[in-house]
Design a protein around this ligand. Structure first.
Ligand code: IYR
Length: 224
């Protein structure tokens, strides 16, 4: 049986858009995304679960290899669990900043002002832990690998970050290393690997971000 018998095709159209409107919309969306910043200082103001659910639905619209959707989003609100995650992350980060990261890496991070302390892991009302699913269990007891898992989950994380920004909240793309403590603390199955830890919430009233610039178009693109 061919795949098209399992998933019949259907027509798909977008409403027609003039060139002027394309220009207007593409510029407006760029200017909107240009406002997004990674934030490390969060308010403890609560964010309703229904908001997080919509953000995760948005993330789940990302394209994926063979439409396998190889991601699991764990949304953590429980203060005890957030505390455990903070302690475990800080333990790893202290090792990393203390001796695992080479001097060049520490030099590159200096302008960002980061260190091993991660209070935002408790302050932010939600932690979204993104897991990549490297294979799926089959009903016959076997396993089947997913495809382009890093690319797919990276795209879903990107969709998530833009959805968070669009909603009016802020996030940090956090990568404590190594991250296997998240597998243990969240009791994830053995086909899942932690990918990113994303605190989400309102920014602290006095939040600051590094005054850094993005590369201009000329430096990130080549037209042929
Ligand atoms: N994971 C560490 C270090 C770190 C690494 C990079 I690359 C950053 O852009 C920021 C931090 C930490 O979270 O502090």
């Amino acid at each position: 049986m061919s795949d098209s018998a399992i998933h019949p095709f259907r027509p798909y159209q977008r409403p027609d858009v003039s060139e002027a409107e394309l220009l207007r919309r593409s510029k407006a969306y760029y200017q909107h995304l240009e406002q997004r910043r990674s934030v490390r200082e969060f308010s403890d103001r609560p964010v309703p679960r229904a908001v997080i659910e919509n953000l995760l639905r948005a993330a789940g619209t990302a394209p994926s290899g063979a439409h396998k959707q190889p991601w699991t989003f764990c949304a953590v609100q429980n203060p005890t669990l957030k505390h455990q995650i903070r302690l475990a992350a800080e333990q790893e980060e202290a090792e990393s900043y203390g001796h695992r990261m080479p001097p060049e890496w520490l030099e590159d991070l200096a302008p960002l002002g980061t260190d091993w302390q991660k209070p935002f892991l408790e302050t932010a009302p939600w932690l979204i832990v993104v897991f990549r699913r490297i294979y799926e269990d089959r009903p016959d007891g076997g396993q089947r690998n997913n495809y382009y898992v890093n690319e797919s989950v990276g795209l879903a994380a990107g969709f998530l970050l833009t959805a968070i920004h669009e909603a009016g909240l802020v996030a940090l793309t956090h990568t404590p290393s190594p991250m296997n403590f998240l597998t243990k603390l969240l009791h994830r199955p053995k086909n899942e690997r932690p990918f990113l830890l994303i605190p989400v919430g309102y920014p602290a009233p006095d939040a600051q971000v590094p005054d850094i610039q993005r590369k201009p178009l000329e430096d990130i693109s080549v037209f042929y």
